[in-house]
Design a protein around this ligand. Structure first.
Ligand SMILES: *Cc1c(COP(=O)(O)O)cnc(C)c1O
Length: 407
């Protein structure tokens, strides 16, 4: 396509967009098991209004838009507090989990350069850690060492200890990891890092806004946040279980002193002092306003109410899957994500059958599995989903071998 010579009337334009959009996944109907975290029409309305108010502003210079500076500070403070931080803690907002992780890795790298003169930095992450760590290693010039998992799909701490060397600047654990929804042994990993004078990052991108509330309703949650000694940074995505529209995450620092290694300040050009907290230059303002709005709209009470709905839904799904002979859930998921597979069936073929019924399940490898990330929106479709799954297991056929995003 080339830029059209003449403009298009907006009615025609939106007719065309809506026509294209008709092919998109039906997330409102509860048909997607990743990517979107719907929390109800009232929350949608709050998000729409906040986004609309800040379509045009730019969060690059917080002194031009004090409302944004204020809201970002509030979102960070609320998140840090939820994650067991105190008055020494701080952080910034970023565009998402990947950017928060990049900033955590950069902080560890630059800290180790200044304090330990490490110029060939290495980081250690579980094989199940999110690809954002591999991306960070590649972008920021670190070597990534991957540690294997134990039989319970949590990282093997002894293997991590074996990988620690003089150039290790960062150890990583997930709370929970994306593939299997299990929490790595954060206390042991962080103690190992702390004893060696190494930074430790908890990746709570998906867990940061659900685990604190699961804990409050009495669900057993292994320690993962700043209450664990040795955890130095945490990533937590407001655009996942914080229910914000996309573009909102927090990178939290236990000690605000380490923020200096994240923030970029520059004055060697004619344009005056330029400061930037993370990767973006010009920054969308709407995600900041939407994050502030949804967190204040729901409050602890709202997040707890939604956590109860999700936990109940996950339990119904787990019981349903465990009730199907040929299927089993991998590991013991600690939160609201899970993966299931089979010893007897081609699980990808089960996924294909489910595709045909309009359910979008990501495929995984090692172990082969179908993946589910449960939201409040799924409460209404559990029986229909399990009914289709039982049929799929009876008629799996052979897989068409369609590659899904995480396979
Ligand atoms: C989603 C996720 C990320 C990456 O976050 P994005 O917002 O997609 O960049 C990192 N870690 C875990 C465990 C995640 O679930």
């Amino acid at each position: 396509m080339k830029l059209p010579k003449t403009g298009t009337p907006s009615d025609d334009l939106f007719a065309r967009i809506n026509e294209m959009k008709a092919e998109d996944a039906d997330w409102r109907g509860g048909r997607t098991w990743s990517l979107i975290y719907p929390a109800g029409e009232d929350v949608d309305e709050v998000l729409r209004r906040a986004n609309e108010l800040y379509v045009y502003e730019n969060a690059l210079n917080p002194f031009r838009f004090p409302s944004l500076r204020h809201m970002e500070a509030d979102v960070v403070a609320m998140t840090v507090d939820m994650l067991g931080g105190d008055e020494r803690s701080s952080g910034t907002m970023t565009s998402g989990g990947t950017e928060s992780i990049l900033m955590g890795v950069k902080t560890a790298r630059d800290l180790a350069l200044v304090e330990r003169s490490i110029t060939a930095p290495q980081m250690i992450a579980p094989i199940s850690a999110h690809p954002a760590f591999a991306k960070a290693a590649k972008y920021l010039g670190l070597e990534l060492l991957q540690a294997p998992l134990r039989a319970d799909l949590r990282v093997d701490v002894e293997e991590v200890a074996r990988l620690v060397g003089p150039n290790t600047v960062l150890i990583v654990g997930s709370a929970p990891n994306y593939p299997h929804g299990v929490i790595d042994p954060i206390e042991e990993l962080a103690a190992l890092a702390s004893a060696a004078g190494i930074s430790f990052h908890t990746d709570a991108c998906v867990g940061g806004f659900i685990l604190p509330f699961l804990e409050k309703i009495g669900h057993p949650v292994p320690p993962f946040d700043f209450r664990v000694p040795g955890v130095t940074t945490i990533s937590a995505d407001v655009h996942k279980y914080g229910y914000c529209t996309k573009g909102a995450s927090v990178i939290a620092h236990r000690d605000k002193a380490t923020l200096d290694h994240q923030i970029f300040l520059y004055d060697q050009w004619p344009g005056g002092l330029y400061g930037s907290p993370a990767l973006a230059g010009a920054r969308p303002a709407a995600p900041i306003a939407a994050a502030w709005a949804v967190m204040n709209y729901l409050g602890e009470e709202g997040y707890i109410r939604l956590a109860r709905v999700i936990l109940d839904t996950v339990n119904r799904i787990r019981t349903g899957i465990n009730g199907i002979d040929q299927l089993h859930i991998w590991g013991e998921p600690d939160a609201t994500l899970l993966a299931f597979g089979s010893e007897d069936l081609d699980i990808a073929a089960v996924g294909d059958f489910m595709d045909d019924r309009g359910w979008h399940l990501d495929r995984q490898e090692n172990p082969r599995a179908l993946h589910m990330m449960v939201t409040p929106n799924h409460a209404k479709i559990v029986e229909q989903f399990l009914g289709d799954l039982r049929e799929a297991v009876k008629n799996p056929g052979t897989s068409r071998g369609k590659e899904a995003r995480y396979s």
